[in-house]
Design a protein around this ligand. Sequence first.
Ligand code: PLP
Length: 375
Amino acid sequence: MPLFDVYPLFDIEPVKARGSYLWDSKGRQYLDLYGGHAVISIGHSHPHYIQKISEQLGRIGFYSNSVQIPGQLEVASKLGALSGYADYNLFMVNSGAEANENAFKLASFHTGRKKIITFSKAFHGRTSAAVAATDNPSIIAPLNETDRFVFVPFNDEAALEQVMDEQVAAVVVEGIQGVGGVQVPGDSFLRKIRLLCDKYGAVMILDEVQSGYGRAGDFFAHQHAGMRPDIISMAKGMGNGFPVGGILIHPSIPARHGMLGTTFGGNHLACAAAAAVLDVIREEQLIENASRMGDCFRERLENIDGVREVRGRGLMIGVELEGPCAPVRKALLENHGIFTGSSSDKNTLRILPALNLGEKEANVFFEAFDKVMKK
Ligand code: PLP
C-alpha cells in the first residue's frame, strides 16, 4: 500500500540518534540543528528519558482517563515548579494542534462567545479551529473556512484595539512566531493584549507549542514580557519526541466533567516521557544553556556577510538572509551534514537545536555556514 504523499522528503533515513547527532542507514553522521521541527528539547535518546519510559513500559503503558494516573500529577507538579505556573491547572493532550483546539474551546465555553482574534503569519496547527486560526489559505479546507477567526497585523496594537469588543472569546498569540519566520511579539504588544482581554472579558491564549519549554531562554517565551495569559498551550519540546501536548489553565476558569476529553492524552507512557524531560531540563540547567548559547549564536551570526537580520531568543533563532535560504540549507545538509529548518518566509532559515547544544556543535555549524555563505 503506498503512503499518502503529502510530505516532500529528503533522501535520508535516520536510524540512530544521540544528543545533537543523527546517523543514517549509510552510516553518515548529521548535526541536528532543527530538532525535528523544534521537538527535541533534551537531546536525542537521553539516558534518563530512555530509562523512565522503559521502566514505565515494563509496569503499565496505557490506561484511559477513567482511572488514577499519578504520572499526570508528577508532570503537573514538576511543570508547575519549573515554569512558575504552579497555581494553574494542567490538561494533557497529544499534539500542538489539539492543545490549541482545546484552548479555543475552553475560551468559548468560559465566555459563551464565538469570535477569536489571531495574527498575520500565525501558525496554530491543522485541526479545524487551529487551522482556521492559521494564516495560510492553502491549508484551510472549505470546511474550515469561517468568519469566527479575525486576523490582525502582528505587533499592531492600534489594529488590535479596533477589533476588540464584547464578542471576542479569545486572543491567541505565539510566544514567538515560528513557522512565520521567527517573529518576536513586542513586550508592549503582549501587555496590550492582556490589557484588552481584561477590558473586554476575553481569554488570552499564549501558544507556546514551539517557543516554550525553555527554548527561548525562559520556560515560556512570553515570561520575558512580565504578564500572565489565561491559557498556555504546549507540545513539541514537552515530550522530546513522544507525542505529548497540554494546556495550562488559569484557576479562574472552572472545569466541569465532560467539558474536555481525550483517549490518549496524559497516558502512562506520555507522562513518563514528559516527567523525564522536566527532570533533565532542571538538572542540566537547559534553560540557562539555551539562553547562553542563543546569545552566542546571535552574536556570531550577525557578523556574517549575507545575513540581513537575526531574530528570536535563546535557541529559537531565525536567520534572514539577503536571498532565498533553500540553497543554503541544501548545501549545509548535503555538503556538511547539518540539518536546519525553513519557514514561511523564503529568506529565513530556522535554527532550533536541542537545548543542551554545546560550543563544539556551534563551532561545527559556524565553520560550515561560513563556507556556504562565502560561496
Ligand atoms: N502551534 C505552533 C506555534 C506550532 O509551531 C505548531 C507546529 O509547528 C503547532 C501549533 C501545531 O503543533 P502539532 O504539529 O503538534 O499539531
